[in-house]
Design a binder for this molecule. Structure first.
Ligand SMILES: [Fe+2]
Length: 308
């Protein structure tokens, strides 16, 4: 496949193939044109895609036309898919695919999960082994809006003062399913509501506040918004205040990129190196995506679960 080096603001075709790679913004994001994920990928081709994923932190593979099985086959190259705790909206032909949609079935019941993740967070940070990659296949886009916002947690960490880095480098954060800034289950910007049975499956876990990426070796601020509630060894209010301070820093405009979907996009993001937020759309403006999530490949940074 041999991808050309990314070139901001333009497209440079590889001489070896029709695959083109381009940067999506000055912040983060790489797009690939000319890849067909419906066909089996050689190991070398997959490694190039993985490299573009590490490099871009958000990777958009444009112009796909996939069956659930083809989408799953691609996802499995990154590792075994991990179904979401919300097990209500599986694709009927593939339980590892979560349907995100505001459409309704003929009987009026929801056809998918709507308004999921409309606050900055990173996926599965409430699990002991969090997500490595989340990928969405864009089936239908709304007429207005529907972007996903992504924030660069490498840059946010790199730009901290030496004193702040020293202060936070060894800290451990307690996470739980939820959005610490909005715990009202009726709110559209709270974490998606769980049934009592689903709530029984989630518990408190701990993650380092600064994590080293298994693939790139770079340090990133981890999960400073979303499921992080307090910090080991600090009073609850003090820990939350530090998380809030880091969140305000990490979500400044200069670290954030807004991705506008087109039908046929497969968009992957690196959950260790980014935060992301969905944006609310009009409930009657149809939108559907298929989602697959793969957990991290190793346990070395996962800390022991703790009780509440
Ligand atoms: Fe998410």
């Amino acid at each position: 496949m041999r991808l050309a080096a990314p070139e901001h603001g333009g497209v440079r075709a590889s001489e070896a193939a029709s695959v083109r790679k381009r940067r999506l913004s000055d912040v983060l994001g790489v797009a690939l044109d000319g890849v067909d994920l419906a066909r089996p990928l050689s190991e070398a081709d997959f490694r190039e895609i993985e490299q573009a994923f590490f490099e871009g932190q958000v990777l958009a593979i444009k112009g796909q036309d996939l069956t659930p099985e083809q989408f799953l086959a691609f996802a499995r190259r990154f590792g075994p898919p991990e179904p979401h705790v919300i097990d209500t909206f599986h694709h009927p032909d593939a339980a590892d695919i979560l349907i995100l949609s505001n459409r309704r079935k003929p009987d009026g019941s929801p056809a998918g999960l709507a308004d999921g993740g409309t606050y900055f967070h990173t996926d599965y940070s409430y699990l002991q082994v969090p997500a490595r990659v989340t990928m969405l296949y864009s089936v239908e886009v709304p007429s207005k809006g529907g972007d996903t916002l992504f924030a660069d947690m490498y840059a946010a960490y790199d730009d901290l003062s030496a004193a702040m880095k020293q202060r936070i480098d060894g800290l451990v954060v307690r996470h739980h399913y939820g959005n610490r800034d909005d715990l009202d289950e009726q709110s559209r910007t709270a974490a998606s509501r769980l049934s009592d049975k689903q709530k029984d499956k989630v518990t408190w876990v701990r993650h380092k506040l600064v994590r080293t990426h298994y693939g790139t070796g770079r340090k990133a601020l981890y999960g400073v918004s979303g499921s992080s509630f307090d910090i080991d060894g600090m009073a609850r209010r003090e820990g939350a205040a530090l998380l809030d301070e880091l969140k305000r820093h990490a979500l400044r405009d200069k670290y954030v990129y807004s991705y506008p979907y087109e039908v046929g996009d497969v968009v992957l993001w690196d959950d260790l190196a980014t935060l992301h937020s969905a944006t609310l759309t009009e409930p009657d403006d149809p939108r559907t995506l298929w989602r697959i999530t793969v957990k991290e490949p190793c346990f070395e940074t996962a800390l022991r679960a703790s009780s509440a």
